[in-house]
Design a binder for this molecule. Sequence first.
Ligand code: PMP
Length: 421
Amino acid sequence: MNIFEESKKFIPGGVNSPVRAYGSVGGDPVIVKSAKGSKIYSEDGKEYIDYVGSWGPMITGHADDDIISEVKRAADMGTSFGAPTKAELDIAKMICDMVPSVEMVRLVSSGTEALMSAIRLARAYTKRDKIIKFEGCYHGHSDSLLVKSGSGLLTFNQPSSPGVPEDFAKHTLIAQFNDIESVKSLIADNKGQIACLLVEPVAGNMGLVLPKEGFLADLRKACDSDGIVLLFDEVITGFRIAKGGSQAYYDVMPDITTMGKIIGGGLPVGAFGGKREIMQMMSPVGPVYQAGTLSGNPLATAAGIAMLKKLSQPDFYKNLKAKSDILYDAMAENCKKLGLNYAYNRVESMACLFFTEGKVESFQDAMKSDTKKYAKFFHEMLNRGINLAPSQFEAMFVSSAHSEEDLEKTAKAHYESLKAL
Ligand code: PMP
């Protein structure tokens, strides 16, 4: 049986999330049977060194023994109660301890939910309707946020979605990443009307675009100038570029932070948190309604706690960076040796090689990439046993489970793949 062909008969496009289909690179996706450490194994018996890491969560590698054993232990005690547990307190304390601006947190089951609820909260707190987001940033698939979005929407060249009523979309104003003037002019034109400015502090859904020096601090100032809630969407960057996320890394404090991916250790979790004064507006203490049958689910919290404990070990991030440097320095060297001047953005364990020359510092820069070339490169890498995201507009992730041998093998495959283009 061809699993993917058969899946397409029962699941739209054969996938439960569009980015999994090889929409922009062509071909049929690898059907994963299992994964362990740095590797994924396909149904047809192939092995790949993986840099997708389930799109970010698997920072300690796949099927991490410490996490799996906690999930098993939790499963034996019951998979869902719909009532408060001690584990929820434990993970909430850990998150508040690790993420500098977060004083209170609520758990949900996905990043989308976290953003959707956080926006409602910001709107209720400010008693305003409008929000500002950046073109090319992705914040999940809720109605207000599917406007000029990144991730799969860019991959499929469809930055907004039908089915979102104009009445919702009109409250979403679009600014340009790394362009503070675009933010200031939206604020000036909509004085006293903007509830929230949301940003991926490091943009990871249009490839990888780093904030320019001072950009995040300027956003903080711009928000303060008009009573706007600053929301950092750290669903990718949280616990990834530093234990405290981008806010710790760049030392700029948002009012609300959304999280996901890594805090679930591979199980479905999202969270939003922030200043006590704002979070106290959530039901049942305050009037802002938000709920979830499986929120704070015991398996997910067990995985999350095990994960956050690992990340709290001394030198975790230092060691992860050292590993990342082995590969990422080699990739830079490969480009140099081959005389290629492609834009190449990196931060800690995240990186993205853009198939365009010059710097990529904006959405427009990222859009100059030759996605056909990326598609060829992707397949060259895959044929050499390296699994990258099937889209130019995603970052790659090194995990602590990648061995030096993995990284060296990947660097060699990278050289050969670029050469083959
Ligand atoms: N925010 C960001 C920055 C993301 O990258 C994503 C998912 N890639 C989301 C929100 C949505 O998270 P989820 O897919 O868990 O709904």
